[in-house]
Every structure is written in structure tokens, then in C-alpha cells.
Design a protein around this ligand. Structure first.
Ligand code: FE2
Length: 184
């Protein structure tokens, strides 16, 4: 089950939990209110037949999907690669991930520019809004397998920070100021 917390400013291994002292957790409801990140819980054993994922895909218009796996075995230059995932960036589209196996951390910036760490594992599906600064890292298990979704032809291009003048960033900041409204 997904958990989220505010991060410390320690520069040690990105794969560690990086809790503050004392830890400051944030609920999934507050995570949405503060960042627009959406969360769905999906049963990994029944999702192909129970209709839950199909309903989300239909309602949100996800027409493309594929599967990715990250581990020391499947990524050459693993240590360098995970550092590149950890560069703070944004996208012009939503980043949608449904974790099938393993685990990892998505870090997102809140409106005060604080990092919130979202720990995902099997059954967690998260939607990171377009225009939000974020990054990803494996955790100390060094393994994740996930489905990616997209509306239309996929574009995975990251724009590293600063990207404040991009239209998607401006739209995101506007939503942040107005407050987020759930799509479904
Ligand atoms: Fe990303």
C-alpha cells in the first residue's frame, strides 16, 4: 500500500527512505490536494478480469500501454542510469505508472518546493500531472516492474528543471494556485 512523506535534505544514497526526524507522513488525500498526484489501488492478481483498470483506462482515455522493468540485471550501467532518473524534471503529459512487482519512490515537489516521497509497490497506480517537477528512484530492493500508460502516441521526453516558461508548467502552477479537482 502506498505511503508518502516529506523528505529530509540529506544527500546520502537516493535509495534510502530519507524520512525527516521525526517522520512527517502525508495522506493520499492531502497529497492530491497539495500536488494533484492521483492514486488508484488495483489488485495485481485480478486486474486483467475485474474491470477496475479497464474502467480507469476508458475514463481517462489511455490508449497506449507497455511494460518496463528496472533492475541491476536488466539495466546496463545501473548506478549511472538510476542517477539519471533522479534528475528533477517535468513532462508535457501525465506520467502514469501501475506497479506490478517490486517497488520504488516517486518524489514530487509541493507548492512550497518541498520534496514529497511516494513509496510505490505492487498494486499501486499513480498519475503524476503534466508540469509538476518530479523524479524517480529505485529503493534498496533495486527492482520494479510496472505498466506505463499514455493518451495517444507516447512521448517520454523529460525537461529538466528549470522549465518554468513551458506552457504545461504554467498551467500546472495555475491549477496549484486554484486547487485541484479530481478527474474521476
Ligand atoms: Fe518523469
Amino acid at each position: 500500500m502506498v505511503k508518502a512523506w516529506f523528505m529530509d535534505n540529506d544527500s546520502s544514497d537516493q535509495r534510502l527512505e530519507h524520512h525527516r526526524n521525526p517522520p512527517e507522513f502525508i495522506s493520499i488525500e492531502d497529497l492530491f490536494k497539495k500536488t494533484g498526484v492521483e492514486y488508484f489501488n488495483i489488485n495485481v492478481n485480478t486486474y486483467t478480469t475485474d474491470g477496475v483498470l479497464d474502467k480507469i483506462k476508458k475514463e481517462r482515455g489511455y490508449t497506449y500501454e507497455d511494460e518496463i522493468a528496472c533492475s541491476k540485471e536488466c539495466l546496463p550501467n545501473y548506478e549511472e542510469k538510476i542517477k539519471s532518473f533522479y534528475e528533477e524534471h517535468l513532462h508535457t503529459d501525465e506520467e502514469i505508472r501501475f506497479v506490478l512487482e517490486g517497488s520504488g519512490y516517486f518524489d514530487v515537489r509541493d507548492g512550497k518546493d518541498e520534496w514529497i516521497r511516494i513509496a510505490v509497490s505492487a498494486g499501486d497506480m499513480i498519475v503524476i500531472p503534466s508540469g509538476i517537477y518530479h523524479r524517480f528512484t529505485l529503493d534498496t530492493n533495486n527492482f520494479i516492474r510496472a505498466k506505463r500508460f499514455f493518451i495517444g502516441e507516447p512521448v517520454w521526453l523529460p525537461y529538466n528543471r528549470p522549465a518554468d516558461n513551458m506552457p504545461c508548467r504554467k498551467e500546472y502552477v495555475e491549477k496549484l494556485e486554484k486547487g485541484f479537482i479530481a478527474a474521476c
